[in-house]
Design a protein around this ligand. Structure first.
Ligand SMILES: *Cc1c(COP(=O)(O)O)cnc(C)c1O
Length: 423
């Protein structure tokens, strides 16, 4: 084929009967021109246009199968939702909802009312507020309680969470001024007390969620910090990161933090809580009310889909926590994971290997969860990632490991078909 044999964009697009065909035809013809210049025949242009349109129309955000063994994987959307939470979303989003309507009196209500009682009961807090994510919760708390004033933080807690989210930057954006105390490895309660001046608005504790300082290290207990805050009539704000609702060794729980004297705690909805992306602030009613009235609250407010998913997840925490996928994966016996790996190995012709799964999501960074994987040939990594649904696994020592702690039983057949399509 010569350049002059190529159809025009309009000629090629005409028969497709698709409003996206002109742009797609332009792309197909541009590639065909390059190929002809290189002496390559571009083949059936109509077929290539159909393929191009299929690619353009394929949804970009898709389900993937997580075979990495990292449970709260930020790149893979963090917490998968329980069916009960999805049912709440479906119900609330399909039609209209009482998002801001008080059904008893027929007057305007607040979207925050739906979860307040549940969150109070589950955390022991006087009041609670839900926003878009935990970063927004921390930003809002600092803006509402400390704008133009000083916030005292330990040098050991000025952390970066990931993707450039840094506590000192959030503090600066809130309009508060950071006062650093202590050193990277040691901070004492007295360091906070010595830094308090009339300009001080609050004490901030940030949970060292995604790293650990070992060796010659010391941080005050939350009770000690709370005593300093109380003695100076200042609020203590605790950014917990994950925020465990029940109990989990090594991670602070929301209830324990409040009981130890934190006035406000901020935590994520989609880390160890196992729900949708959200930020939750729980604590003293007067402080929560200040956050609710701050103009930023409107900019970071939570939407109805998130509220519905969060309500569904919180109800499961009360009734059947093992039905929350993140909690199920965290607590599953290694023997059960091994059985899943054997089943997958049978289906794919792989072998079973011992692995170590991780919590992820910047929680329990050192925790090693005993796990098992189905091992296949390393060369399958790229085609599996490229498949439908994509399967994301890990490569170790020349092998592709499909970690079965983060795969559900009902996903094994999908993984096996994906593997057979790659061969
Ligand atoms: C993860 C984390 C955040 C941010 O929470 P998002 O819900 O991701 O916005 C803030 N602080 C700490 C300590 C965290 O671990």
């Amino acid at each position: 084929m010569e350049l002059r044999d190529l159809p025009s964009v309009d000629e090629l697009a005409r028969d497709a009967g698709d409003p996206l065909a002109v742009d797609a035809a332009r792309a197909v013809l541009a590639r065909a021109r390059e190929e002809i210049k290189l002496g390559v025949d571009p083949g059936d242009l109509a077929a290539r246009l159909r393929a191009e349109l299929e690619t353009v129309r394929a949804p970009s955000l898709r389900r993937v199968l997580n075979a990495t063994g990292v449970i709260v994987h930020t790149n893979l959307g963090r917490a998968p939702l329980a069916p009960e939470a999805l049912a709440r979303v479906n119900d609330a989003a399909r039609g209209y909802s009482n998002l801001e309507l008080d059904l008893d009196d027929g007057v305007r209500g607040s979207r925050q009312d739906h979860l307040a009682a549940l969150l109070r009961r589950m955390t022991g807090a006087e009041a609670a507020l839900v926003v878009n994510n935990n970063a927004a919760a921390v930003l809002l708390a600092l803006a509402a309680l400390a704008e133009g004033r000083e916030v005292v933080v330990s040098r050991g807690e000025l952390l970066e969470i990931g993707d450039g989210f840094r506590i000192p930057d959030v503090l600066a954006r809130s309009g508060a001024r950071l006062v650093e105390v202590g050193t990277t490895n040691r901070t004492r309660a007295a360091d906070y007390a010595n830094a308090i001046r009339p300009e001080t608005a609050l004490l901030l504790r940030v949970h060292q969620s995604n790293f650990r300082v070992v060796g010659f290290a010391e941080l005050p207990r939350l009770e000690e910090l709370a005593a300093v805050a109380r003695a100076h009539d200042l609020p203590l704000v605790d950014d917990l990161g994950s925020g465990v609702l029940g109990e989990l060794a090594g991670e602070p729980s929301v209830r324990a933090s409040l009981a130890a004297g934190a006035d406000l705690v901020c935590f994520s909805g989609d880390k160890l809580l196992g729900g949708p992306q959200a930020g939750i602030v729980a604590g003293r009613a007067d402080l929560v009310e200040k956050l609710r009235r701050h103009p930023l609250q409107r900019a970071v407010r939570v939407d109805k889909l998130t509220l519905a998913a969060l309500e569904g997840t919180l109800l499961l925490h009360l009734d059947a926590p093992e039905r929350i996928p993140v909690l199920r994966m965290l607590g599953e016996e290694a023997a059960v994971v091994r059985m899943r790996a054997s089943r997958l190995a049978e289906l794919t012709g792989g072998t079973v290997e011992e692995t170590v799964a991780r919590v992820g999501g910047g929680a329990l960074p050192l925790a090693e969860l005993p796990s098992f994987a189905c091992a296949l040939d390393e060369s399958l990594a790229a085609p599996l990632r490229d498949g439908e649904p994509p399967v994301i696994a890990i490569v170790r020592d020349g092998k592709l490991l499909l970690d079965c702690r983060t795969l559900a039983d009902c996903e094994l057949d999908d993984v096996a078909s994906a593997v057979s399509r790659c061969r």
